[in-house]
Design a protein around this ligand. Structure first.
Ligand SMILES: Nc1ncnc2c1ncn2[C@@H]1O[C@H](COP(=O)(O)OP(=O)(O)OP(=O)(O)O)[C@@H](O)[C@H]1O
Length: 674
């Protein structure tokens, strides 16, 4: 079934190409010499006029590392300080992106709801603002035996006031429901958009940013932002309405008293602006600190086995405490700022009240003002004063939102270092031939060069192995083929096309990589396999597991394919995880399969069974391996050396036959250490 499916795969690989590459591969296993293999693959001999890239490269590769023209630059440049704590250096250099206008625009899909809420707010605020006037009238009715306004009886006046309050309460209820709903919808939308952005970021981004910080942005920052433009805007508008109506009514009742009370506005406004700016800075720092805290918690809980293995629970608890203390310090700074701000405001308000009572009392005594009017102005000024405080807290909350928003906008705006080129070419008939042409590469977070002038060719359908000492770039090759990174120099070619010209998603569909420590997702074995190809049937799952020598143990689990594998696949052994990951890769029907020490946890017999299961696959297989048993099965081996380029290439027997050859010494060292 699986084989049938492979044949009908949508990749319309030319039958002749497959046939030729398979025949070449089959033959090459029997062939004793490299020249026979190349000949069969249709590649001309090394000394021919039109030698293939492999053969052009061979004389260089045949040199020992000392004689190689490649020279080591690894670590030659000073390493950039990698991010250990706090902000991604790239982000720190990015221009500030948060502005309140942009923040408000985030909520454009909720403008309707927010508009409705504003309408209801006007109703409820109008009701609230009618209270002081009504109070003043009641005081005058009681103190001066004045008549109720508009010819109403006192009973009717109380009934009308009661009805007005009910309308106000209903409007307030509606406002709160609309605002909360708009806020939650906004959080949900920003989270979805942000996650979709983050999951598409290039690997350099993930090298710099840690999971916990990104999770914190998705959970905390989104909430701060949403609150600042829903609840906060609503409260701010209520303050604006209260302040405007309050001041208007004060002017209407007594312009003279109003002037005294308005004298406090300029200092309070200045105080509020200073406070808001301070809070904005503090908010950004707090969000970063919360990000770091989440980072530490996430990493240490995920790695709890290692923590306990080294009995480092206390140490890690202390590390967490340090992060908690950092947030606490920032919260304390905010508390002090808060206290000073509101304490100062209260003092100014009370001093203004004293001035008001002095002047107002004198006016009442002189008969310039009734007690009821003085009561009204007093209540309106209390409302207006509270609104001023509300306005400044609106400003500081907005600034908090701008601070948190900057962290979100950075993610939304960041251009991918690797262009996914969605309009790029799609290789419908990809043969599986891969070539690296004079590739130079260093990781963006670590300038020391990994590859310099690296060239190698992997013929279609061949089984090629990459060998070399640890840390010389074997896994990096897979990363370049996946376009997790683009080379700094040179090109990666597939069927002669530069990878950068291809649609990234379409290209990756041709490729499957199984790393040494593959990650399985929390779920069942079936869920994990279907990740490779969601439409696969059970028979195809079993076939892929059989090829990966995994069906034997899966079948014996009581729940078989429906066995839960735990987070990152922890409830499987390392070897079982590797084999399930190989099966998952096979289900993706790749034209190029990269096994990056993907069988390292298996014993020799099991590894041989897995490799035998892959033997007749119509795809190019690139294996990163140290073991002689794996390397022996390859048609061609490229050996990466100290110099960041290929130092030798050939079949296993050719390379082992070289007196004092690099590969031979490498294998001897490996055998010695094994
Ligand atoms: N994401 C990364 N960011 C920065 N440097 C990296 C990254 N991944 C690998 N490196 C560095 O690049 C170099 C090559 O690493 P790579 O993993 O390709 O080596 P390798 O040959 O596969 O090693 P091994 O045999 O130990 O698996 C190493 O010096 C490594 O420290």
């Amino acid at each position: 079934m699986f084989r049938l499916a492979l044949r009908t795969h949508r990749l319309t690989t030319k039958p002749t190409t497959i046939g030729r590459s398979l025949a070449a591969k089959a033959y090459s296993r029997k062939a004793n010499t490299k020249s026979q293999m190349y000949k069969q693959m249709g590649i001309r001999a090394a000394n021919g006029a039109n030698a293939s890239p492999i053969m052009e490269h061979t004389p260089l590769l045949a040199r020992t590392p000392n004689s190689s023209s490649c020279y080591s630059t690894q670590g030659s440049r000073p390493e950039s300080p990698e991010k250990a704590h706090g902000v991604d250096p790239e982000e720190a250099l990015a221009k500030p992106r948060g502005s309140w206008v942009r923040l408000i625009r985030l909520a454009r899909d909720e403008y309707g709801m927010l508009g409705g809420a504003v309408g209801l707010l006007v109703v409820s605020s109008s009701v609230t603002m009618a209270v002081p006037l009504a109070m003043g009238k009641i005081v005058d009715i009681v103190a001066n035996k004045a008549a109720a306004p508009w010819g109403l009886t006192i009973g009717q006046m109380f009934a009308a006031l009661g009805a007005t309050f009910v309308v106000g309460a209903l409007a307030n209820t509606g406002r709160i429901i609309l605002i909360r709903t708009a806020g939650e919808r906004l959080v949900a939308r920003i989270r979805s958009q942000l996650f979709a952005r983050v999951i598409q970021m290039d690997m350099a981004f993930f090298d710099r940013n840690r999971t916990g910080d990104l999770v914190s942005r998705l959970s905390n920052d989104t909430q701060v932002v949403s609150k600042s433009i829903t609840n906060n805007v609503s409260d701010g508008l209520r303050s604006v309405i209260s302040a405007a109506v309050g001041v208007g009514m004060m002017v209407y009742v007594s312009p003279k008293l109003t002037c005294v009370m308005l004298g406090i506005v300029p200092p309070v406004a200045l105080w509020a602006v200073l406070y808001g700016r301070y809070i904005k800075r503090l908010s950004r720092k707090t969000q970063e600190a919360v990000g770091d805290l989440t980072k530490v918690a996430e990493e240490r809980i995920a790695g709890v086995r290692t923590v306990q293995m080294f009995s480092r629970e206390q140490q890690e608890a202390r590390r967490f405490d340090r992060e908690v203390a950092r947030i606490l310090r920032l919260a304390q700074q905010e508390a002090v700022a808060n206290g000073l701000y509101f304490g100062g405001n209260g003092l100014v308000g009370n001093l203004a009240l004293l001035a008001f009572l002095g002047l107002g009392g004198r006016m009442v005594l002189r008969g310039e003002l009734s007690i009821g009017d003085m009561t009204s102005v007093l209540l309106y000024s209390a409302y207006a004063g509270a609104s001023l405080a509300g306005l400044s807290s609106f400003y500081s909350e907005m600034m908090k939102g701008v601070g948190a928003g900057a962290r979100l906008f950075y993610l939304m705006d960041r251009a991918a270092a690797v262009d996914p080129n969605p309009q790029g070419a799609v290789l419908e008939a990809f043969s599986g031939a891969v070539e690296l042409e004079r590739v130079g590469f260093s990781y963006p977070t670590r300038p020391g060069t990994v590859f310099r002038d690296l060239s190698l060719t992997v013929p279609a359908g061949a089984h090629v192995a990459i060998a070399g000492p640890s840390g010389k770039g074997k896994s990096t090759l897979a990363a370049l083929l996946l376009r997790f990174y683009d080379p700094d120099e040179g090109r990666v070619l597939v069927d002669g096309h530069d990878l950068r010209g291809l649609s990234l998603a379409a290209w990756r569909a041709h490729l499957a990589v199984v790393p040494q420590d593959p990650v399985l997702f929390a779920g069942t074995i079936r869920d994990n396999l279907l990740f490779g190809r969601p439409a696969a049937t059970d028979a195809e799952l079993v076939d892929a597991l059989t090829r990966a020598d995994a069906w034997g143990f899966v079948e014996r689990f009581p729940a078989a394919l429906d066995t839960y594998v735990g987070e990152r696949g922890v409830s499987l052994s390392g070897g079982q995880r590797q084999r399930v990951a190989i099966a998952r890769a096979l289900l993706a029907r790749p034209r190029v399969l990269i096994l990056d020490e993907a069988t390292s946890a298996l014993d020799g017999t099991r590894e041989a069974r897995v490799l035998a299961g892959l033997g007749d696959l119509p795809c190019t297989v690139i294996t990163v391996a140290h073991r002689a048993s794996t390397l022996m099965k390859s048609d061609l081996i490229y050996v990466l050396g100290e110099s960041g380029c290929v130092v030798e290439s050939g079949t296993y027997h050719e390379l082992m036959g070289r007196e004092n050859g690099y590969f031979r010494r490498l294998m001897a060292a490996h055998a010695g250490s094994a």
